[in-house]
Design a protein around this ligand. Structure first.
Ligand SMILES: Nc1ncnc2c1ncn2[C@@H]1O[C@H](COP(=O)(O)OP(=O)(O)O)[C@@H](O)[C@H]1O
Ligand SMILES: [Mg+2]
Length: 246
């Protein structure tokens, strides 16, 4: 397996204490741990949204901690995707235009816009929300909106997708739809690092990292997902989380 992201001895304000791990190309990893353990801080620091105190974060051949703010912003726009619990969509734009926003920032040419609009509609079709293109964000459900956020995050074909409790505010049915969207994206080759409180979500990931007090305390490797062994994976995950003190 080829390593896509390598994190070495990352420290931040005593919130992250010497965190090291690596992410293989094509993996989907769950990050779990109690509230306040540093999961969101970890995502902010490995994506360069926050400035780490020390340590290294490699994405391919690029070391992120040392980059200038401009270079980090550019890398986030073109190489990373983000899906958060709070969805950060603009209420004065319709769903399609929200999905197109990062593309507009990346390249303002008319030709690119036309191409991206086509891509947005294809992604929306894939995730069952194409018919909502013209709606305002207040006119769709939470699950539909989160799937729109997933479309937005995929518009510039990120090398890695970060998600922070993407199903945290959703009901069971909506969570399952959103999880299916992530699994589909991952099956198509996108690497995903996802913070979740839901052990059923984690059980579908290849690997789970458990964080406590800003340190990685445990790691469970489940391997490639297959629906056939879901009961077994859920049991294994539940047993392991219990052992970790979850
Ligand atoms: N900007 C900040 N300044 C100071 N402390 C912070 C900041 N953001 C988060 N924290 C603290 O860092 C710890 C980890 O927070 P966070 O990463 O949000 O945890 P989690 O996502 O696991 O719930 C918490 O104790 C929180 O209060
Ligand atoms: Mg958090």
């Amino acid at each position: 397996m080829k390593v896509l992201m390598k994190v070495n001895n990352l420290c931040k304000n005593n919130i992250l204490k010497d965190v090291s791990f690596s992410v293989d190309e094509g993996e989907m990893i769950a990050i779990m741990g109690p509230s306040g353990s540093g999961k969101s801080t970890l995502l902010y620091n490995v994506s360069g949204m926050d400035q780490a105190d020390s340590g290294e974060v490699w994405l391919g051949d690029t070391e992120i901690v040392q980059l200038s703010e401009d270079d980090k912003a550019r890398l986030r726009l073109t190489g990373m995707g983000f899906v958060f619990q709070q969805m950060n969509m603009l209420s004065n734009l319709n769903i399609l235009d929200n999905i197109l926003l990062p593309s507009v920032h990346a390249d303002k040419s008319r030709a690119f816009h036309a191409k991206q609009k086509e891509k947005a509609l294809q992604l929306m079709e894939q995730f069952g929300i194409r018919y909502l293109a013209d709606r305002r964000i207040t006119e769709v459900s939470g699950g539909q909106l989160q799937r729109a956020c997933i479309c937005r995050s995929m518009m510039l074909s990120p090398r890695i997708l970060f998600a922070d409790e993407p199903t945290g505010a959703l009901n069971q049915t909506a969570s399952e739809e959103v999880l299916r969207a992530f699994l589909r994206i991952n099956a198509a080759g996108t690497t995903i690092l996802m913070v979740t409180h839901d052990s059923r979500v984690a059980a579908k990931c290849q690997r789970i990292l458990y964080i406590l007090d800003g340190e990685i305390r445990g790691e469970l490797t489940l391997g490639a997902y297959s629906e056939a062994e879901i009961t077994n994976r859920q049991q294994k995950t539940a047993d392991w989380l219990k052992m970790m003190g979850w």
